[in-house]
Design a protein around this ligand. Sequence first.
Ligand SMILES: [Zn+2]
Length: 171
Amino acid sequence: MKVFINPGHHVTLDSGAVNPVTGDREVDIAIECAKLVEKYLLAAGVECTVGQYNELQEICDASNAYDADVFVSIHCNACESHEARGTETYYKSFSGQHLASCIQSQIIRSIAMIDRGVKEGNLYVLKHTEAVAALVELGFIDNMDDLAMLKDNTDTFARAIARGITDYEIA
Ligand SMILES: [Zn+2]
């Protein structure tokens, strides 16, 4: 199994969501988490790579060129009221739903995040990657409670995502 891990957004070109109080950026949390997922997958003997690109089609092209079996994109959420909280994972295909469920349930089991569930999403990177694909929104970076969870538990999130991926492989 080959896994393509995509931290959402781009360090210099697209910060993603930003916490309006602290300035914490989605892109930085996503990269830190993705690199840890890579570390834990490699430790488990799973072939994987991390790729981040500004253009959505570039992300899909890189995953497809890598010939990935599994594609996981890592993001943080935001909402206008700054009051929403919790983790949710998106899928497009039937097998993507299974992958998303494996990842979501490992996160909810490991970290006291609100469970927003797995959801079908018509997202570009889910539609245009050939791999079984899921996109995880770890939590709401613009909510102070979720931000604290994201920063204090980045390693735990990463371990949970890696376990979710290996759960999917075994099942
Ligand atoms: Zn994002």
